[in-house]
Design a protein around this ligand. Structure first.
Ligand SMILES: Cc1cc2nc3c(=O)[nH]c(=O)nc-3n(C[C@H](O)[C@H](O)[C@H](O)COP(=O)(O)OP(=O)(O)OC[C@H]3O[C@@H](n4cnc5c(N)ncnc54)[C@H](O)[C@@H]3O)c2cc1C
Length: 578
């Protein structure tokens, strides 16, 4: 990011003014903008793309907020102290700066969510059972700690619905219909239960009607419901969003950040920010330079972030002295294994194997030796960390998820939906490899045949016994939550026994960044000496994560995005003399 000639020059000649300028209309930027508007600030949001939502629009939309009121009202017990104890057990005891972030998060998180639901169109419900990912650690919760947005009716936005970025194609049915995890459960049973059939008919009828007027279904779930609700809330408060407008530079005045330079088409202009500038540009995920600096080589080729997240916030902040915190991160990013799909337009898509297949009974993950290297039911982040460790010894890029066709019919596999009987089209497109024998499968995917045969025999014995002495698949509540509760003796272990056999390749990709700008608990960007740069804030993936590169539970990027987005806006609103 190059500076404009007048970055340190005069401040006359502003083209526009606002109290708070927010760069980026993802969840973090929109949360900061909304809080600013609720606090009475004149807020201006600049969004590089033509749509709101960023990567958040493609996400599951879960927020990890220990001791939240939605969980309490649903009858779950939790405490901020337990949340803090658990995070420390997983992520270690941090230095003072990060400890201050965590303290603010656990203390204020539930109240901040209540503030948003009181003053805007945001509505959350407790997930119910959704275990923390390292469930055997002290302070871990099994239920109530994660919240999700209520479904959102995109029709409320009218023509502005087009401004909500859609989820990835792989997350929609029939080319444009969103479904939740609960919907999937009912749809899979649609021919077995009257409730399932009625639900499927209702979803379909609504979708057909939607498509008469809109380019996709308007019944929004998960991250799309979250960003739809955020954008709807901003509209109701008349907060302007400048689309296709990138913030490209910061303007300083007497050591403070006093405004921004924006670029819209080929035109540049300067906006004065009387109270502050919030950087919420989604982190460095799509910056070649930062990927090379921070990520393991094996992770660099693939990203789940939207293309606009090119590290602009980090670039602009460092140009005015901001400090990128690289120390203390267990990982630079938050990972998921992904398989590579071929989309309807011929382009390449990525399907994240988050929770639907790996933990189910009858699937193993192997490296090129045909050997298991991980408990397949661990979190997506821990799975990829295990891929890296295995890859240090033997080629594990890609790793292979191996199962049989009966498994795919029951549970689906990546982008293949449960209930699918004909796997041939997926094999023909190259998404999966199919073979009538294990030996043939191993040869086709370039994995050691004797190793794979031995691994499957051993695994099938474990499946019969209901116990996995090698990796402990099915041992904890998180494993079992994603397994098949109707399968005994272990909901995560089943034989791989009926040909044809199936394999899909999985690679690492990041779903969010951990490394980012060092900040105070109020989102103020710090310089290398640890001093706040007045007027400059960061939140979301532009901010160094308080999780320190660990993934303790569902919603650990969006939870902080809301909490620190809010705190940044509140701090800016209270700035005097600005
Ligand atoms: C499949 C998937 C599932 C996920 N599920 C969850 C989940 O359930 N819970 C969770 O906590 N996390 C989840 N995540 C991660 C989460 O989506 C991201 O961490 C989150 O979206 C980051 O929010 P953000 O606002 O910082 O960035 P983004 O959502 O990426 O938004 C950044 C915005 O800034 C804009 N922008 C970029 N540069 C500029 C610029 N110079 N000027 C103006 N605008 C700019 C971009 O266009 C974009 O709109 C998931 C991710 C994926 C891929």
């Amino acid at each position: 990011m190059t500076g404009t000639p007048d970055r340190d020059g005069g401040t006359a000649g502003w083209d526009r003014e606002a109290d708070l300028v927010v760069a980026g209309a993802g969840p973090a930027g929109m949360a900061a903008a909304l809080a600013g508007a609720i606090e009475g600030l004149a807020v201006l949001v600049c969004e590089k793309s033509a749509q709101t939502g960023g990567t958040g629009a493609t996400s599951a939309g879960t927020l990890w907020i220990p001791a939240n009121s939605q969980g309490r009202e649903a009858g779950f017990t939790d405490s901020a102290a337990d949340g803090a104890r658990y995070l420390e057990a997983v992520a270690g005891r941090p230095g003072d700066d990060v400890a201050a972030l965590r303290e603010a998060y656990f203390r204020d998180g539930p109240g901040i969510i209540d503030y948003f639901t009181e003053h805007s169109e945001l509505r959350f419900v407790a997930c119910g059972t959704h275990p923390d990912y390292r469930n055997n650690q002290p302070g871990a919760a099994v239920d109530g700690r994660a919240i999700v947005p209520e479904l959102f009716d995109g029709r409320l936005l009218g023509a502005e619905f087009e401004r909500v970025r859609p989820p990835i194609e792989e997350f929609m049915l029939l080319g444009g219909m969103m479904v939740s995890k609960e919907d999937i459960g009912l749809l899979v049973k649609r021919y077995r239960t009257p409730g399932g059939l009625v639900h499927a008919a209702r979803l379909l009828a609504r979708y057909v009607l939607d498509r008469l007027r809109y380019r996709r279904g308007t019944r929004l779930t998960m991250g799309n419901a979250l960003v739809g609700r955020l954008y709807y809330s901003l509209r109701k408060r008349n907060v302007p969003v400048l689309f296709e407008t990138a913030v490209v530079d910061l303007v300083r005045e007497d050591g403070s950040v006093a405004g921004v330079v924006i670029e819209d088409g080929n035109c540049r202009s300067r906006i004065r920010a009387r109270k502050g500038v919030v950087l919420a540009t989604g982190g460095f995920a799509r910056s070649e330079k930062f990927r090379e600096m921070f990520m393991p080589e094996a992770a660099r080729p693939r990203s789940m972030a939207v293309g606009e997240c090119t590290g602009d916030g980090l670039g602009m902040a460092t140009a005015v002295g901001g400090h990128i915190r690289t120390d203390g991160h267990g990982s630079s990013s938050f990972w998921s294994p992904v398989s590579v799909t071929r989309r309807s337009d011929g382009s390449e898509g990525l399907f994240p194997h988050l929770s639907l297949d790996r933990a189910k009974p009858g699937l193993i993950a192997v490296n090129s030796a045909g050997r298991r290297f991980v408990n397949e039911a661990v979190s997506y982040h821990d799975f990829v960390e295990a891929m890296y460790r295995s890859h240090e010894i033997i080629d594990t890029m890609p790793a292979w998820l191996v199962c049989d066709a009966a498994f795919v019919r029951s549970y689906g596999l990546g982008a293949i939906h449960p209930g699918t009987r004909n796997l041939r089209p997926f094999a023909d497109s190259g998404y999966i490899t199919l073979s009538p024998t294990l030996d043939g499968l191993a040869a086709a995917i370039g994995v050691d045949g004797a190793g794979l045969a031995d691994t499957v025999t051993r695994h099938n014995r474990f499946a019969k016994d209901g116990s996995d002495p090698d990796f402990g698949k099915g041992d904890d509540a998180f494993n079992r939550f994603n397994g098949d509760s109707g399968h005994a003796p272990n909901p995560c272990l089943g034989p791989i026994a009926s040909p044809p056999y199936v394999a899909v390749a999985v690679w690492p990709a990041e779903i969010g960044c951990s490394i980012g700008l060092a900040t105070t608990p109020d989102g103020e960007v710090l310089d290398a000496e640890g001093l706040a740069i007045p007027g400059l804030y960061a939140c979301g993936n532009d901010m160094s994560s308080m999780m320190s590169g660990n993934y303790p539970g569902p919603g650990i990027t969006l939870g902080p995005a809301f909490v620190f987005g809010y705190r940044a806006a509140r701090h800016a609103a209270a700035r005097t003399g600005a």
